[in-house]
Design a protein around this ligand. Structure first.
Ligand SMILES: Cc1cc2nc3c(=O)[nH]c(=O)nc-3n(C[C@H](O)[C@H](O)[C@H](O)COP(=O)(O)OP(=O)(O)OC[C@H]3O[C@@H](n4cnc5c(N)ncnc54)[C@H](O)[C@@H]3O)c2cc1C
Length: 408
């Protein structure tokens, strides 16, 4: 097969990039390893999607359906049940595994939109046997929302990121008793709206500065030991509490899916996602990246905005445009996660960042640009538009937040 742009992954990042590349008049093939396109949105049946992009509140499947309907009206070729397994960067060819065997696609540009995977139980080094009843939140969500299978009767959740909070509510609504959410940080990891709507509204306790130190049971999980932690996250002896549960749900972070290209393109050491410029271009000029394989976004709307940009610039690349210099963007004080890693001065810069710690008040400083923020929290991504005039003459762009306190 031959095409102009091949997109790998049919979630929000891949769908938006495919559609915008197509609008620029190039041929597009979309490769998706699942039967159905839509990605993680398909199993997120709660609402809270599309508030920025569509100015209305949709469920995940409703949000995906709008893009799938648009895709059906195009000539974009969708290869589902097919996954990328290698890229030959010299020949500009990719190899995919399909139900009909291994196939190659010759392409002028690639957009990787492979999303992210969940951190598994094994990575947490929690002592105990390999018991049944321990699930990542995404797997439990798929069991309940798509397969109609109950993970258990009484559950504890580790991790108060948005996925953990949403699962606490979902399990409760389905009749599972959720005895608490355990979080090692001294503040919740997810959006405030989710803390209120998913925990407080259902009177589910949140145990902050705490972690799981042991799992016990014979075959199936029976008990989970939770201890308080000190400021270095070390369990405090004597603070243990035992929860009698048959289910432990892990919501301890997502890792961008970059493995297939890790030895070929630059990866951001903190986010573990692809390092890209503001056009979504990686260090290999014909490879672009879109969505959660770059940074883990909290809102799908942001994935869509950036995906559209990536699709547009991948097609301009196909048409022969080259974009010029890449000015490094560096993380300064109080910045945790930052996207993109480079600025190519073709248009204004839109930055996405997470602060390292909660702050009452902070001044964001980038070149000569300054903006004040109140109540900053690491769980919420800040999307900041920086007009070109503030940064165009810089050799390196440093982004930092100066912490300020309110005095009474
Ligand atoms: C539980 C949960 C709740 C959320 N709640 C909200 C919310 O309320 N509001 C909101 O705005 N956002 C929410 N989000 C965030 C938002 O949904 C995601 O950021 C966004 O959908 C990610 O899109 P993506 O395309 O980057 O990744 P994905 O949706 O993960 O898509 C990646 C796709 O790539 C495919 N793929 C992976 N590897 C390969 C390969 N090698 N070959 C072929 N295909 C491959 C996968 O099958 C998948 O379809 C939530 C996310 C989660 C996980």
């Amino acid at each position: 097969m031959k095409t102009d742009v091949v997109v790998i992954g049919g979630g929000a990042g891949g769908l938006s990039a495919s559609l915008s590349a197509y609008k620029e008049g190039v041929d597009v093939i979309l490769v998706e390893r699942e039967e159905r396109i839509g990605g993680i949105l398909n199993q997120c049946i709660h609402n809270g999607f599309g508030l920025h992009y569509f100015k209305q509140e949709l469920t995940g499947p409703e949000y995906a359906e709008i893009f799938i309907d648009m895709l059906k009206k195009t000539n974009i070729k969708v290869l589902s049940n097919s996954f990328l397994y290698s890229i030959d960067e010299k020949e500009k060819k990719i190899y995919i595994v399909t139900p009909h065997g291994i196939k190659d696609i010759e392409t002028k540009a690639i957009i990787i939109a492979t999303g992210a995977r969940e951190r598994p139980f094994g990575s947490l080094l929690i002592p105990g046997k390999r018991l049944s009843g321990i699930f990542t939140a995404g797997v439990a969500q798929k069991y309940i929302n798509i397969l109609n299978i109950f993970p258990g009767k009484r559950a504890l959740i580790l991790g108060s990121g948005d996925i953990g909070l949403i699962m606490a509510r979902r399990l409760t609504l389905e009749g599972v008793e959720v005895v608490g959410v355990v979080e090692r940080l001294p503040y919740p990891g997810g959006l405030l709206r989710n803390v209120i709507q998913c925990l407080e509204d259902y009177k589910i306790p949140l145990y902050l500065s705490s972690t799981v130190t042991e799992v016990r049971g014979k075959g199936r999980l029976e008990e989970v030991v939770v201890a308080r932690v000190d400021e270095n996250f070390n369990p405090i002896p004597g603070s243990e509490k035992i929860f009698k549960v048959d289910t432990l749900i892990l919501s301890v972070g997502l890792i961008p899916n970059t493995e297939l290209l890790e030895d070929k393109v630059e990866i951001d050491k903190t986010s573990r996602g692809f390092s890209v410029n503001n056009l979504g271009q990686t260090s290999l000029d014909f490879v672009f990246a879109s969505g959660n394989c770059t940074i883990i976004y909290d809102l799908v709307d942001y994935v869509t905005y950036e995906g559209e940009k990536v699709g547009k610039y991948a097609s301009l690349y196909v048409k022969g445009q080259r974009f010029g210099k890449r000015i490094p963007i560096k993380k300064g004080k109080n910045i945790g996660i930052l996207y993109p890693n480079y600025y190519t001065p073709i248009e204004d810069l839109t930055l996405y960042l997470r602060v390292r710690k909660p702050m009452e008040r902070g001044i964001l400083k980038i070149g000569t640009f300054e903006k004040e923020y109140k109540d900053l929290v690491p769980s919420e991504i800040l999307r900041v538009h920086i007009p070109e005039k503030y940064i165009k003459n810089l050799k390196e762009i440093e982004v930092c937040i100066k912490e300020e306190k309110f005095y009474v």
